[in-house]
Design a protein. Structure first.
Length: 194
C-alpha cells in the first residue's frame, strides 16, 4: 500500500513538473491564452442548373424594361474588371436614385472565393431565383453591397449596388435590397436566354 501511494505521489509530481507554467510578467501578471473564434462554415446548396456566362455581354443581360424597373436610366458602360481576372463587367447609373449597379460575369473562379478566410468579408447565404448566392458586405465599406450568384461551376454573377454620392448616403441595407432585386432580374434574364 505504501508503494502504491509513493507511485501516485511521484506520478503527480512528474505531471506537475511537466506542465508548462504561464509566463509571468515583471509585475506578476499572467497572460491568459486567447480564446479561438471560428466563423461557421457556410455550405451552399446545389444550383438548379448550369447557366454558363462565357461569351455574354454584361451590358446586354438586363433588358431596357428591366433597367427601367430598377430605375437605371443612364446608358450601360462596359469594361473589364481586373479584380475578377478581367471579367466582362458593366455599370449602369441611376439619375433617379443616384445609385450605381455593376454586373460582372466572372468566369475564372467560383463563388466559393467569397467563403475563403482570405476574402475577409461578411458573406451570408441567400438564394436568387432558386440559385445559391451570397450577400457580401465588406467591413469598412458602407456605401456598397454585392450579391454573388453561383450560376455555373467555376463561374458566378457579381451584382454590386453602390451609392453614387447621395447626400445623405443610402443605408447599406437598402443597397443590399437593390443588389438582390438586380440579381433576381439578371438571373431571370439569363434563364430566358436558354
Amino acid at each position: 500500500m505504501r508503494a502504491a501511494r509513493l507511485i501516485v505521489a511521484l506520478t503527480a509530481s512528474a505531471l506537475v513538473a511537466c506542465t508548462p507554467l504561464p509566463d509571468r510578467k515583471a509585475d506578476g501578471r499572467v497572460d491568459e491564452p486567447l480564446s479561438v473564434t471560428t466563423t461557421p462554415e457556410i455550405s451552399l446548396p446545389p444550383r438548379p442548373r448550369e447557366v454558363p456566362l462565357d461569351g455574354l455581354d454584361p451590358c446586354a443581360v438586363l433588358s431596357a424594361d428591366q433597367r427601367a424597373q430598377l430605375s437605371l436610366d443612364q446608358p450601360p458602360s462596359g469594361y473589364l474588371e481586373a479584380s475578377f481576372g478581367n471579367a466582362k463587367a458593366c455599370t449602369i447609373r441611376s439619375g433617379i436614385s443616384g445609385n450605381v449597379l455593376r454586373l460582372a460575369l466572372v468566369t475564372v473562379e467560383g463563388v466559393e472565393v467569397w467563403l475563403s478566410e482570405n476574402a475577409q468579408v461578411d458573406a451570408r447565404p441567400t438564394t436568387v431565383s432558386g440559385f445559391p448566392a451570397l450577400t457580401v458586405r465588406t467591413p469598412g465599406i458602407e456605401d456598397a453591397c454585392t450579391v454573388e450568384v453561383d450560376v455555373a461551376r467555376g463561374q458566378f454573377l457579381d451584382v454590386m449596388f453602390r451609392d453614387g454620392g447621395n447626400k445623405p448616403q443610402v443605408k447599406q441595407d437598402v443597397l443590399c435590397q437593390g443588389a438582390q432585386r438586380a440579381a433576381e432580374a439578371a438571373v431571370a434574364a439569363l434563364l430566358q436566354r436558354g
